[in-house]
Design a binder for this molecule. Structure first.
Ligand code: ADP
Ligand code: MG
Length: 214
């Protein structure tokens, strides 16, 4: 089992994430239609397709694939989530640029930094019905796993499950940030698409690491 993410595994993580978002694109758009305006899936898939075309064949560090994602989302993507995801990926790029391999501690650090960045920019708190409702529990799960000296795979599994649970729970939350705050109860029963996407992000990390063990 891989206990560190090499540049090749980081590349697999990013490609797996893009594929998962592509698969979920219509579902994400429908979630955004119920809770906002319905551009989310298209914004995400357009940005990710563009980034995939620019991914280096031989990433120089585990940060390199995230740098491409970040640059693409910051310069091209639309909606509220585009720049936020651009800045989220930027923290993974920055942490990944400084190391040869991403350990569980490094993933936890990137996640913590990304959470702080998203909070600084959008000032959403847990319970506002945004991507933060998945980022916060995933980051806390990573930190707990790191303290307990879990394997990278166990830590990423905990993060993916926490993010997915956090995303699912947004179905019951009235929005307090962004467009979803205007539609009120109409969004109940549908999860927040940004939070669901964070679940896909960590699930893709887990799949990249677990797949490397076979
Ligand atoms: P828009 O509302 O501009 O159409 P998008 O559809 O691109 O935005 O993105 C919507 C997603 O953005 C939501 O699902 C939510 O997770 C996220 N979001 C909105 N506002 C914030 C915020 N202030 N902080 C963090 N995430 C936010
Ligand atoms: Mg939208």
């Amino acid at each position: 089992m891989a206990d560190q993410l090499s540049p090749v595994l980081a590349d697999r993580w990013v490609r797996g994430f893009a594929a998962a978002v592509e698969d979920a694109g219509d579902r994400l758009t429908e979630m955004d239609r119920r809770s906002g305006d319905g551009d989310f899936g298209v914004n995400m898939t357009t940005g990710l397709r563009r980034a995939l075309a620019d991914l280096p064949d031989h990433p120089s560090s585990p940060g390199a694939p995230f740098q491409v994602l970040s640059d693409t989302f910051l310069s091209h993507s639309g909606g509220t989530s585009g720049p936020l995801f651009g800045m989220w990926f930027r923290d993974f790029a920055k942490v990944g640029a400084q190391v040869d391999f991403l350990t569980l501690g490094a993933v936890a650090e990137a996640s913590q930094k990304g959470w702080a960045t998203i909070t600084r920019l959008g000032s959403a708190k847990v319970g506002d019905r945004t991507m933060v409702d998945a980022i916060a529990p995933a980051t806390e799960a990573l930190q707990r796993s790191e303290q307990e000296a879990d394997s990278l795979e166990a830590g990423l599994r905990a993060a993916a499950e926490a993010a997915e649970r956090g995303a699912e729970d947004t179905s019951q939350i009235l929005g307090r940030k962004g467009r979803t705050s205007y539609v009120g109860e109409a969004a109940l029963g549908v999860p927040d698409p940004g939070a669901v996407t964070i679940g896909l992000f960590y699930r893709a990390a887990l799949d990249a690491v677990a797949g490397a063990s076979s």
